[in-house]
Design a protein. Structure first.
Length: 106
């Protein structure tokens, strides 16, 4: 490996680390406001919202809709949202894996 390729690789690594640190610093300042009422969306609402996220995204182009409930119950809502989106979008990857057709044995 030549010296110039090491320098380029080190610069890319430094840029990536700088961007990650900047993103972490900026997101650390964000906070969620307290819920106005005692009825905040929980796990099952997150599951439904995650499952319908694509339709909500399209609807948000035309109407004042959100694709994510705000404020919510926190970790449980996020977990439900993740599971709902995974079910709808097929994040398990099982559909992408295909078995080769079996050949007939004589």
């Amino acid at each position: 490996m030549s010296i110039s390729s090491r320098v380029v690789r080190n610069r890319r690594t430094l840029l990536l680390v700088t961007l990650l640190v900047a993103a972490a610093i900026l997101t650390a300042c964000a906070r969620q406001p307290a819920a106005a009422s005692g009825d905040v969306p929980g796990f099952f609402s997150g599951l439904l919202h995650g499952f319908t996220m694509l339709f909500s995204l399209i609807g948000s182009i035309f109407f004042d809709w959100r694709i994510y409930a705000f404020p919510n119950s926190g970790w449980w809502y996020d977990l439900g949202y993740f599971f709902g989106a995974s079910m709808f979008l097929g994040a398990s990857g099982a559909g992408a894996r295909r078995k080769p057709p079996e050949t007939a044995k004589p």
